[in-house]
Design a protein around this ligand. Structure first.
Ligand SMILES: [Ca+2]
Ligand SMILES: [Ca+2]
Length: 268
């Protein structure tokens, strides 16, 4: 019975662990949805807003398109989930602390580049040759291809356009990252995945996407832990139960033993 009990508890614990892993785990080990409007990038230890156009969603800006100064001011004043240290993503590469050359398409070590390329962003190798010029792909013929469906599993409102990065190139220019999923000429070229710099002024309005350092996900809901019996406690309980059973057995057989003994003694 004790073995059965332990086996039941072990099964329950394993089942609970599996359910927990399914509920809170993710198919993509690198990205984790916090379930509260934030997505955590485990590799870069960054938390992104799930809404990639929150400036508009929140009513801060009518369309989300801003100058660099407006975008930086929006991120600076943003308070979300109790955090006030949101910022625009950095253009600097994590691995080497340098910035990719202007108009780079393979800049996968900047903060947005990491999201775009390493975490399921578009693979430009897959662009069909028929998808040029841009209009051919945009129209209702179904040629529009959203190359970043995997990113959209996690994020919402990601724009087909340029996003400001927090890094300035010089006094008048700042970096941006393009998340376009349409195709522009020359053949098979999309601006999606391109990092470069442009004028901060209203001639080049771009979107803003806020990020902050660290894991901002709230801890998973606490559930009442199912008590488990460890090997040592199992042995102790097992020995105790065995002892009880032996005493029980003795108390049942003792009267006949005593009478036997008494009989023998009497006989002797
Ligand atoms: Ca605007
Ligand atoms: Ca702030």
């Amino acid at each position: 019975m004790n073995t059965k009990f332990r086996s039941y508890r072990a099964s329950a614990t394993i089942a609970t662990s599996i359910i927990f892993a399914i509920a809170f785990g993710s198919a993509d080990a690198a990205l984790r949805s916090c379930g509260s409007g934030m997505i955590y990038d485990e590799e870069f230890d960054l938390t992104w807003l799930q809404d990639a156009n929150y400036a508009q969603t929140s009513g801060y800006d009518s369309d989300g398109l801003m100058t660099w100064g407006e975008a930086a001011a929006w991120a600076d004043q943003l308070e979300f989930a109790g955090f006030s240290d949101w910022r625009l993503p950095s253009a600097t590469n994590r691995d080497a602390s340098v910035i990719c050359p202007n108009k780079s398409y393979s800049c996968n070590q900047s903060e947005m580049g990491h999201l775009w390329y390493a975490l399921g962003g578009p693979n430009l190798q897959n662009v069909p040759a028929t998808c040029t010029p841009r209009q051919t792909c945009d129209d209702a013929s179904g040629m529009y291809i959203n190359l970043s469906d995997e990113l959209n599993v996690f994020f919402i409102n990601m724009q087909n356009d340029n996003y400001w990065l927090g890094t300035e190139f010089d006094e008048n220019r700042a970096y941006g990252f393009n998340t376009g999923r349409f195709f522009d000429q020359p053949p098979q070229e999309s601006f999606g995945g391109r990092q470069g710099y442009g004028l901060k002024t209203s001639q080049f309005l771009s979107y803003a996407w806020a990020v902050r350092d660290g894991d901002s996900c709230p801890p998973p809901p606490t559930s009442t832990p199912i008590p488990t019996i460890g090997p040592a406690m199992g042995i102790i309980i097992g020995v105790a139960l065995a002892g009880l059973a032996r005493r029980e057995l003795r108390s049942r057989v003792r009267p006949s033993k005593v009478s036997d003994s008494e009989t023998k003694h009497t006989d002797a």
